[in-house]
Design a protein around this ligand. Structure first.
Ligand SMILES: Cc1ncc(C[n+]2csc(CCOP(=O)(O)OP(=O)(O)O)c2C)c(N)n1
Ligand code: SF4
Length: 484
């Protein structure tokens, strides 16, 4: 009878099921013998043991480990290729109490994102970076990486890496160890059980440093990639131990118990930086100024029509009203007459994404924008069009209302074509009642310093609101898509 019991349990930091695939939800997408799976396991165990699951944010890279967020039950952010340390910097600075883990492959970290890792390390960001060095670009089929060994073949170096043509492999740990700020740098290997246990300690140490509020910690993990190396999992591990370690020696290259003292940068509240007075988020009874829960707007037109400014005005009004806001501009290289549009969200709750794919309100300052963006408007949504009537052969999307407000003509009449955007703002406020007009006046008074121009803006706002009340031309499409 056995005197001991083998217990096999998955770390609670892993999800119970991996929902990426409809079947085999207990399996990751990694190839058999891949180092990523082992590295995930060691990281998950360290997070669980240190009791920081609830405040960990994992920044996923582009590469084979792009789907790490399907496995680790922690906060996740997906960075674009090479940018993981930059994204981690932003997250850590915005949420200093969180434990931010950046994770990258060698193509991602040492080629595409060389600048990001060097500067994050040099700034001594209080983040933890894990660097999976498998000497190759795995996900894209085996191109040469900066870490590919001399003589190692790859799809882009079929003759074997030659220093005379491709340079020598980059030793990232040694490179970062020339910088002042990092507190911890170590290279480990997933080559055999002894080294894996060593990697486990290093990973834990690098996270512990962050829990203790120390600075930049970095662990390079030499890792097998059996598929691209065309070896079976056992051979691949052996190759890590026999070949990779020869070229990338293991060991601790930096270990400071305290961070290099850097003078902390004072952080100021956003309202102070923007020189605005922030009203309380809600009235004492918990209600907000208007009934708005969330309004999403896309404003589009030619460059020069003030659509980006219109979005900014709305966003600043939202801020004044204590709402969460976002403003995302999009424009071409032309300063004038190119197309421009912006996405605006006003919400009582935190905004997940500033991208407005299906706006409730489209402000179309020209026909091109109307035709381009109208199909995106949500059912029950509204289009404000800067002309009366709607163009011929234009079909409103199902259950969308269009209101024609010739804002440019009205602005000309007032005395400046420049205020057409504010006429539209007036019409928007009166149509949706999303925010009170006084908020618009307060924002305009803050933005427009010239008294004559401010007066024009005030009249434009009023004209937009009044026009909406009097001469409005409304078209309404039926659910089947036919305008009435
Ligand atoms: C800017 C950019 N360049 C190139 C690519 C294509 N790409 C996707 S993954 C990848 C290689 C990733 O290799 P590595 O970082 O070593 O990770 P591994 O897959 O080996 O884990 C490349 C080149 C991309 N998505 N974006
Ligand atoms: S290709 Fe290599 S790095 Fe990618 S999952 Fe397979 S073994 Fe892992």
């Amino acid at each position: 009878m056995s005197e001991y019991q083998v217990v096999h349990a998955k770390s609670p930091v892993f999800f119970d099921h991996y929902e990426r695939k409809s079947d085999l939800q207990h399996q990751t997408h990694y190839c058999p013998g891949c180092g990523h799976g082992v590295a995930h396991k060691l990281i998950a165990e360290a997070i669980a043991d240190l009791g920081v699951q609830d405040r960990t944010i994992f920044v996923c890279p582009v590469g084979c480990s792009v789907f790490a967020y399907y496995y680790l039950d922690v906060g996740s952010v997906q960075a674009s290729h090479g940018r993981t340390p930059a994204v981690a910097t932003g997250v850590k600075r915005a949420r200093p109490e969180s434990i931010v883990l950046a994770y990258q492959g060698d193509g991602d970290l040492a080629a595409i994102g060389t600048a990001e890792i060097v500067h994050a390390a040099n700034r001594g960001e209080k983040i933890t970076c894990f660097f999976i060095n498998n000497a190759i670009y795995g996900m894209t089929g085996g191109q040469m990486a900066p870490t590919t060994l001399v003589g190692q073949t790859s799809t882009t170096s079929p003759w074997g890496r030659r220093p005379s043509n491709e340079g020598y492999p980059i030793h990232v740990c040694e490179l970062l160890a020339t910088l002042e700020a990092p507190v911890y740098i170590e290279r480990v290997a997933l080559s055999d059980n002894k080294n894996i246990m060593h990697a486990r300690r290093a990973i834990r140490r690098a996270i512990e440093n962050q829990v203790a509020g120390l600075g930049f910690s970095f662990v390079e993990i030499l890792s097998p990639c059996p598929t691209i190396w065309k070896k079976d999992p056992v051979e691949a591990r052996r190759w890590v131990g026999e070949e990779m370690i020869k070229h990338f020696p293991l060991g601790v290259m930096r270990d400071r118990k305290t961070a290099v003292p850097l003078t902390p940068v004072p952080q100021h509240p956003m309202a102070e930086v923007l020189e605005i007075e922030n009203e309380p988020a809600a009235k004492p009874d918990g209600s907000h100024p208007r009934h708005v829960r969330e309004v999403t707007v896309k404003a589009a037109g030619f460059g020069g029509q003030g659509v980006l400014l219109l979005g900014q005005l709305l966003a600043e009004m939202g801020m004044l009203a204590g709402l969460e806001v976002s403003w995302l501009p999009s424009y071409g290289p032309e300063m004038r007459s190119g197309s421009a549009h912006c996405h605006v969200c006003l919400s009582r709750e935190r905004i997940g994404s500033p991208l407005v794919s299906h706006p409730e309100v489209l402000i179309a300052m020209n026909e091109i924008s109307l035709r381009k963006f109208a199909p995106e408007v949500q059912a029950g949504g509204l289009i404000l069009y800067n002309r009366d009537p709607l163009p011929e052969n234009f079909e409103l999307p199902p259950q969308v209302r269009a209101v024609c407000v010739p804002a440019s003509d009205i602005a000309d009449h007032i005395g400046s074509a420049k205020v057409a955007n504010v006429v539209m703002l007036g019409a928007l406020l009166s149509e949706t009642e999303c925010l009170p007009a006084e908020t618009a006046l307060a924002v305009l008074a803050h933005k427009v310093r010239n008294p004559a121009m401010l007066e024009l803006n005030r009249r434009a706002l009023e004209a937009g609101q009044r026009y909406d009340e009097r001469e409005i031309h409304v078209s309404l499409s039926q659910p089947d898509g036919f305008a009435d």
